[in-house]
Design a protein around this ligand. Structure first.
Ligand code: NAD
Ligand code: IPM
Ligand code: MN
Length: 351
């Protein structure tokens, strides 16, 4: 029997509430499709930071290195500054394991009401490919002259030929396997220096993938088009910050940020990839048992796809679609009144 060893990092807030449902779903499809999953759970979180002064141990990444994949809930607590949770856990994993693709599918499921009048299920289904290790999220810069009148903050955006090319190639190849259409998010109208370079590389990689029809949109106009005509998109490739913003926007268009999944991929498979919902720890609803577990459950499906279990992954997304289309069981963010557990039980029934 194929066996996979998964690292579980539930994290903080609703992160820890949505991971057990994902694990239950994984075990159910594993039993059916004849593969086994074992888990090592890590308490790495802001809670741990408060207790022990670090989000994870100094050899944290080394402990994850031999796992087949990482499933993460979310990190973040109001009393811990976000840069601590970011630079203490999330970013070291994404960067240390060269997870340079952040794949974020969007789908408006039947039975889910989009806030957009014109968005219909079956039409809104695309994927954001977010560059995940460089760009605007660089380590170059800092806060200077704190507390003085000349206080300032600077950060250099870093776009490397190798770093941009590899994520573009991933996106173009994905577009070739899907609808043959790609949109690049940019801001090349002369203000920033980095994105004209991004555009040149898009043109270069576009020429190398003649089967893909590609275009580009300025990020401001693109944000408007996500709202006005989300059905026109198939693969959208974006820099780190642009991709971050577009993926929450797209998730909202598809009904709720609680639905959206993410795969932080190391396509070369030299290192484990990490799967996590797009959403954060949601302190405003944490502890109430009402978080939507779909983002985490769908992320688990992306993990199975990555591990080669495409049919099992498909069973999971089909079951999500079925609960939403055929029942009125849904969490509050989708206009229902089901708890996280009630939703998960219904999904397991239909799985
Ligand atoms: P958030 O995604 O946590 O919450 C935004 C809004 O969406 C909130 O109103 C929340 O209640 C709602 N929401 C999010 N997920 C939901 C779900 N599954 N079901 C129902 N409603 C849901 O974003 P934020 O408020 O910007 O950030 C809160 C904390 O999470 C911060 O500390 C932030 O740094 C952290 N964060 C962590 C990650 C991660 O670990 N990958 C991602 C994003 C934000
Ligand atoms: C995400 C999150 C993170 C990001 C934050 C928490 C650093 O918003 O995964 O989308 O911006 O990458
Ligand atoms: Mn985000």
């Amino acid at each position: 029997m194929t066996h996979h060893h998964i690292a579980l990092i539930p994290g903080d807030g609703i992160g820890a509430e949505v991971l057990p449902p994902a694990q239950q779903v994984l075990d159910t499809v594993g039993a059916r499709h004849g593969f086994g999953l074992s888990y090592t759970s890590y308490d790495w979180s802001c809670e741990r930071y408060v207790r022990e002064g670090a989000m994870m141990p100094a050899d944290g990444c080394a402990q994850l290195r031999d796992k087949d994949a990482i499933l993460l809930g979310a990190v973040g607590l109001p009393r811990v500054p976000d840069h601590v949770s970011l630079w203490g856990l999330l970013i070291p994993i994404r960067r240390g394991f060269r997870q340079y693709v952040n794949l974020r599918p969007i789908r408006l499921f039947e039975g889910v009401e989009s806030p957009l009048r014109r968005a219909t299920a079956g039409e809104v289904e695309f994927v954001v490919v977010r560059e995940n290790v460089e760009g605007e999220y660089s380590e170059i810069g800092g806060r200077l002259n704190r507390g003085f009148p000349d206080e300032m903050a600077v950060q250099e955006a870093v776009f490397t030929r190798a770093g941009v090319t590899r994520v573009l190639d991933y996106a173009f190849e994905l577009a070739a396997r899907r609808g043959g259409k790609l949109t690049s998010a940019t801001k090349s109208n002369g203000i920033v220096h980095t994105l004209p370079f991004w555009d040149e590389l898009v043109a270069e990689r576009g020429a190398a993938h003649p089967q893909v029809a590609w275009d580009q949109e300025h990020i401001d106009a693109l944000a408007a088009k996500f709202v006005l005509d989300p059905a026109r998109f198939d693969v959208v490739v974006a820099s780190n910050l642009f991709g971050d913003i577009l993926s929450d926007l797209a998730a909202a268009v598809a009904g709720s940020i609680g639905i959206a999944p993410a795969a932080n991929l190391n396509p070369e498979r030299e290192f484990p990839s990490m799967f996590e919902p797009v959403h954060g720890s949601a302190p405003d609803i944490a502890g109430q048992g009402i978080a939507n577990p779909i983002g985490a459950i769908w992320s688990a499906a992306l993990m199975l796809e990555h591990l080669g279990h495409c049919r099992a992954a498909r069973d999971i997304t089909d079951a999500i679609a079925m609960v939403l289309a055929k029942t009125d069981v849904r969490t509050r963010d989708l206009g229902g009144s089901a708890t996280t557990t009630e939703f998960t039980e219904k999904l397991l029934q239909l799985l």
